[in-house]
Design a binder for this molecule. Structure first.
Ligand code: NAD
Length: 248
């Protein structure tokens, strides 16, 4: 595999896109730290990876808590000796409400997971990668890192900020052998969209020129490319995997 002997962290790896990324990393030879706030799903993911012949361990972390993310990186080094790749994927959708009615608590909650959590991840991952002479970070943003998601101001704001944070890291770490890019998926079939009603789903599908939603594996393929040496001259960038959503 193209990630043979690499050590990788994936946050929010118990479900959806993160699970597909963790499985893909493992299939390509990486030792994967599956991290999630949901212990049951995280452990199931590890079992799935192991029964497919991969190497993985579960480390619980709530990415909105700096000390838990710091401990996650520390556990990774204790378990596998180093850190080469990190995918900061954990995220939530949050309340759907007009900006003028958006509750302060919901705003804080979405920003704490979708932005603070990504910053904490990057901060502690960068510290460790710098120690071991290099590494690669992929942050999962969204198409809403560049276009609006009406009724989800907090989500749009956090995802735009992740794109900006990623640019800054690209600019700062270019000469330290650490690359960092963000990914912008459109709507992907995952449990995050489970509560979307039939009519709303049809309306969502209609926004994608390809006439369907994406699959977690279609995001994982881009993340794999950005995590591997095949993307060796790419940093600070934002890459869409959106079935044409932002083209119209
Ligand atoms: P999902 O709900 O299927 O999975 C998210 C996982 O993150 C869950 O296992 C959950 O337990 C975990 N998680 C939630 N809060 C956490 C926290 N504080 N700490 C640690 N783990 C936490 O969602 P998904 O669709 O796979 O989304 C993954 C990422 O992709 C998110 O950042 C999301 O914003 C982004 N994204 C999703 C879509 C989509 O349409 N599904 C589109 C664009 C971007």
């Amino acid at each position: 595999g193209i990630l043979e002997n690499k050590v990788a962290i994936v946050t929010g790896a118990g479900s959806g896109i993160g699970l597909a990324i963790a499985e893909t990393y493992a299939k390509e030879g990486a030792k994967v730290i599956v991290s999630d706030i949901n212990e049951e799903h995280g452990k199931q993911a590890v079992e799935k990876i192991k029964s497919a012949g991969g190497e993985a361990s579960f480390v619980k972390a709530d990415t909105s808590k700096a000390e838990e993310v710091e401990a996650l990186v520390k556990s990774t080094v204790e378990l596998y000796g180093r850190l080469d790749i990190a995918c900061n994927n954990a995220g939530i959708g949050g309340e759907q409400e007009l900006t003028g009615n958006y509750s302060l608590d919901s705003w804080r909650k979405v920003l704490s997971v979708n932005l603070d959590g990504v910053f904490y991840g990057c901060k502690y991952e960068l510290e460790q990668m710098d120690k071991n002479g290099g590494g690669v970070i992929v942050n999962i943003a969204s198409i809403h890192g560049t276009v609006a998601a009406p009724l989800s101001s907090a989500y749009t704001s956090a995802k735009h900020a992740v794109v900006g944070l990623t640019k800054n890291i690209g600019a700062e770490y270019g000469q330290k052998n650490i690359r960092c890019n963000s990914v912008g998926p459109a709507y992907i079939e995952t449990p995050l969209l489970e509560n979307t009603s039939g009519d709303m789903k049809e309306a969502l599908i209609a926004k994608h020129p390809m006439g369907r939603l994406g699959k977690p594996q279609e995001v994982a393929e881009l993340v794999l490319f950005l995590s591997s040496d095949k993307s060796s001259f790419m940093t600070g960038g934002y890459y869409l995997v959106d079935g044409g959503y932002t083209a119209i």
